[in-house]
Ligand binder design. Sequence first.
Ligand SMILES: C[S@@+](CC[C@H](N)C(=O)[O-])C[C@H]1O[C@@H](n2cnc3c(N)ncnc32)[C@H](O)[C@@H]1O
Length: 342
Amino acid sequence: MLTNASQVLLRNSDLVKDQSVLVLNYEGDTLLKALLDSASSVSALALDFHHHLIMQPYAAKNLQLYFGHQLPSQECFDSVIVYFPKAKALAPYLFNLAAKHLKPQGQLIVVGENKGGIKSLPKQLPDYFDKAFKMDNARHCIVFTSELNRPAPEIKLQDWYSKYQLQTPQGEITICNLVGVFSEKKLDEGTKLLLENLPKMQGNVLDFGCGAGVIAAALLTAQPTLKLDCVDINAMALASCKLTMQANGLNANVFASDGMAQTNQHYNGIISNPPFHDGLTSTTNIATDFVKASAANLVRGGLFHIVANRHLPYSDCIAENFGNVNVSAENNRYKIYSNTKR
Ligand SMILES: C[S@@+](CC[C@H](N)C(=O)[O-])C[C@H]1O[C@@H](n2cnc3c(N)ncnc32)[C@H](O)[C@@H]1O
């Protein structure tokens, strides 16, 4: 099943007939495969690891798939398709990336949902692109096209992140937050409560949904001997977390995981401000899956320590998987659940 944006792209696939095409920020479907009926080759960069995993089985010589915040090469294409991002702040980065991978006068195609901010695309496109032209409007989505009219600036990662100091109970830490990543410019209230109630941990610890690495940096500052795995589904978050580790002179193993699927260790501790929404998946499913997988991944005596909005349905599944529910701290918005695996 194609997303609305992909369906509209598909009906405009003549735009890329016999061309080499790069697709940036593609969605959770198999449009890329269908594009090959028209394009001569497709390369694609997923910023969401789940989307990458959906496409991975179809990788081929003429269908090159990457996950990350940039491509591994400088290769240039006849056309670049950009899915307008849900995090609007990411859009200018994607336009710059698109321009760096376009041949001179190459074609830019941008698709997005009306409600997602694409309507103002003509005002948002940098001036190294021609004025955007509205090509199609269907299924609550718009397709714009444009052309690269001159070379775009080099992409230097430091131009795309905000770097700020945070005073935490564990000491001062530096946060590097790339565009579109959670907690841009300020500390989340839930994470704040978690840092105020950070437990003593030991051994192998997982920071699930690490974002820009706020929890990881505070935890390692206070407890530098921990072996910390930091996972996230979002490429910009993973890159931010690596930058944050570097900026604080800390070491963690930062890698992509879709839920807990790619974490294969038995952990002595799991700490998290877990995601609370995900497009179509309900918050109940996210909570249930995360708690269940955490219980399975913890060694006996291991600590599950998370912060969650007090209205989220964590209690039942924690009781089911850990035998009881221990709320170790709370305020009017958040609860800290802290349970030991029996
Ligand atoms: C509430 S934020 C917390 C970020 C960071 N730990 C903090 O406290 O600032 C949740 C994070 O989970 C990530 N995430 C969302 N869905 C995920 C999934 N299915 N698997 C792994 N990470 C996910 C998001 O990208 C986001 O960075």
